[in-house]
Design a protein around this ligand. Structure first.
Ligand SMILES: [Zn+2]
Length: 72
């Protein structure tokens, strides 16, 4: 699967949702209604990380999406 390159994702691997404080791994994104529903995140709720790592997302208080990351 090709990672999303379109805005606001711009090829980032880890994308957070400010509203529910979940981070998704777009390389393992679960598509479909029961999946990550990344496309449903409102643009102004999309967060990317610098550096683009799970550690950074965790450091900023994001929980791991159970669909694409699960328990660490
Ligand atoms: Zn996810």
């Amino acid at each position: 699967m090709v990672r999303r390159r379109d805005p606001p994702f711009n090829g980032h691997r880890y994308v957070g949702d400010k509203r529910n404080r979940l981070v998704h791994d777009l390389d393992r994104e679960a598509r479909g209604l029961r999946g990550c529903r990344v496309v449903n995140i409102l643009v102004h709720d999309v967060v990317t990380f610098e550096p683009d790592t799970l550690r950074e997302a965790y450091r900023r208080g994001y929980d791991f999406c159970p669909c694409c990351i699960g328990e660490a």
